[in-house]
Design a binder for this molecule. Sequence first.
Ligand code: ATP
Ligand code: MG
Length: 300
Amino acid sequence: MQLIGTGAARAGGEDGKDGKDGEAGYIAASLRGVTKDFGAVRGLDRVDLDFRSGEVTVLLGLSGSGKSTLLRHLNGLQSPTAGEVTVLGTRIDAGDGRGLRRLRRGIGFIFQHFHLVESMSVLENVCTGRLGTLRGPRLSLMMYPRSVRAEAMAQLERVGLADRAFQRADTLSGGQKQRVAIARALIQRPRILLADEPVASLDPVSAAEVIDLLREIGDEQGLTVICSLHQVRTALDFADRIVGLQGGRVVLDEQAAGLTVDAAFTIYDRVAQPETPQPDSTQPDSTRPDSTQRAPALAG
Ligand SMILES: Nc1ncnc2c1ncn2[C@@H]1O[C@H](COP(=O)(O)OP(=O)(O)OP(=O)(O)O)[C@@H](O)[C@H]1O
Ligand SMILES: [Mg+2]
C-alpha cells in the first residue's frame, strides 16, 4: 500500500504560495529535504512537508518516529543536519538569534507537561507569554504593563479559567494547567500553534476538553495548528490532515476526512506488529495505541 497520498500534493499544489501569511491556504511553514542526525540516530529523514495557513495537522507515529523533532525544527529549537525549514516566510534554520526570537513570537508551543511556573499565579503564568516582547525582567505580576495583565485575563476568560487567575498554578488540575498553557501561548498572538502531545498527561475527559478548545481556537483565529498525538481516533476527529511518521520519514500524508481508521493504524502496524493481520476497525483492539484513550466526548 502506498501511504503517501494526496495531502502532500494538495499542500504543495498549484494554488499553494509561499511566504504570504494571514490568508487561509497560504503556506505557513515548510520543510524541504530535512534530515536530522543525532550521532548515529536519524531523527528526521528527508522530510518534505508544507503546512497551509489555517490548517490543523496531526502528526502520528510510534514513539521515536520523529514527531517532537519535527515540531522542534518548526520553532528553531533544533536545526537540521541537511535541508531547509521556512516558517512564516523566513528561513528559521538560517536565522540569527535576533531574527529567530522575533520569528518565535509568531509561534506558540504547547507541551505535554505544560511547563508552567508552578509557584506563580495563573495570571502571571499567562503574562510570561509576552516576555518576548517586553524589555527587562518581570519579577512579579505587577511589573507587567496593565494592558498585558488585561489581555492575560481576557485569554484566561477564553479558556474558561478567569476565576482561577490568582490561584497558584500548582493548585490546578492537569486539564486546567494545559488550558493555562494555551492561554499563555495565545497571548503571544501566534500565527502558528505547535503542540507536542498536549493531552498525553490528561484523563480522557480533560483531554477531550483541551482538544476541543484547540480546535475552536484554531478555527476562530485561523491558526495553523500542528500537533502530535498518540490517539488515532481523536486525531481523525480533530485534524484536517494527518501526517504519519516512521523512523523519521513521512509515510502518510492525507486529509483526515478521507482517511479510515485502519489506514491510519497502518503507520503503527508496519513497525509494531509486522506479523499480525490487518486490524479490523469494527472490533475493539487493546493493542491499538489509543484503544484505552479515546476521549469520550469525541466518541461518535
Ligand atoms: N537530543 C537528542 N539526542 C539524541 N537522539 C535524539 C534526540 N532527540 C531525539 N532523538 C532521537 O530521534 C528519534 C526521534 O525522536 P523524537 O523525540 O522526535 O520521537 P517522537 O516521535 O516524538 O517520540 P515520542 O512519541 O516518544 O515522543 C528517536 O530515535 C530519538 O531517540
Ligand atoms: Mg515526542
